[in-house]
Design a protein around this ligand. Structure first.
Ligand SMILES: NC(=O)c1ccc[n+]([C@@H]2O[C@H](COP(=O)([O-])OP(=O)(O)OC[C@H]3O[C@@H](n4cnc5c(N)ncnc54)[C@H](OP(=O)(O)O)[C@@H]3O)[C@@H](O)[C@H]2O)c1
Length: 227
């Protein structure tokens, strides 16, 4: 199976490359030209399309013939980077391809998520500071997801909790809504976030869903499974 990873050079992207290669998938990676070196250790095993991930022509070429497209949605800059990236994938991916997008818990598909005051305050602060310094555009990641949710394609939007590095603990657990007690620990290993993204390719029950994930060994996940 040929899989395209959009944003392959980032931390999440590199883990996804590794998981895909472990599964024997053929990997096509898209990343900014200046970041191609970050994929040096994979250069003989994957095809790389260098350039901005919101470059429509680049995405069109990269996703051609891919059965799945894994996209890291990032709210960098004030250039509609997330929405431009998502739109290009929506417009040019093969009609039957599985499309898996990453984002954070702050994205809500239908407004039924329940957020703690601490989470909302942190998000507001992060958005304001990001906007002030013209570094981050959270609203554009929201717009990107709105477009994905409206699409009829075979999408899944994976909503990550706070992340940490470390050895894999296994496939994260998930819930439809933030606020579910199983998610309370709000921590996932980045390597396992990537695993969830890759495993989602073959999980039809995740189509048109926006699972919010948490580490399977986190206290809230363990408590829930014990219960
Ligand atoms: N960090 C968290 O705590 C957290 C929490 C929940 C969810 N998430 C979600 O997890 C995903 C991955 O996030 P991450 O934080 O782990 O980061 P990451 O995997 O390291 O990815 C960052 C991506 O952004 C690109 N990037 C960095 N600076 C950029 C710029 N100025 N302009 C354009 N692209 C730029 C990077 O490309 P280069 O390699 O070219 O630099 C890379 O592809 C995202 O979808 C995020 O919303 C993150």
């Amino acid at each position: 199976m040929k899989v395209c990873i959009v944003g392959a050079s980032g931390k999440l992207g590199q883990y996804m490359v590794q998981h895909c290669l472990d599964k024997g998938y053929e990997v096509v990676g898209v990343c900014r030209s200046k970041s191609v070196d970050k994929l040096d250790r994979y250069k003989d095993r994957i095809s790389i399309f260098p350039g901005p991930t919101n470059d429509r022509e680049l995405i069109k070429k990269a996703v051609s013939g891919c059965k799945a497209v894994l996209t890291v949605l990032v709210p960098w800059g004030v250039q509609q980077y997330s929405s431009g990236t998502a739109q290009a994938v929506i417009d040019f991916a093969e009609p039957e391809a599985r499309l898996i997008f990453s984002c954070g818990w702050h994205i809500s598909k239908d407004g039924k998520d329940v957020y703690s005051r601490k989470f909302l305050t942190g998000l507001k602060l992060f958005s304001r500071i990001g906007k002030l310094f013209r570094m981050i555009e959270i609203d554009d990641q929201v717009e990107a997801c709105r477009r994905i949710f409206e699409s009829d394609l075979q999408w899944t939007v994976v909503r990550g909790s706070s992340l940490e590095e470390g050895e894999s603990q296994g496939l994260p657990v998930w819930s439809t809504y933030v606020g579910d007690p199983i998610l309370k620990s709000d921590l996932t290993r980045r390597i396992d976030f990537a695993l969830f993204m890759v495993e989602a390719i073959n999980k039809d029950d995740l189509i048109h869903k926006a699972p919010a994930i948490v580490g399977c060994q986190s206290p809230s996940a363990l408590e829930h499974s014990e219960a």
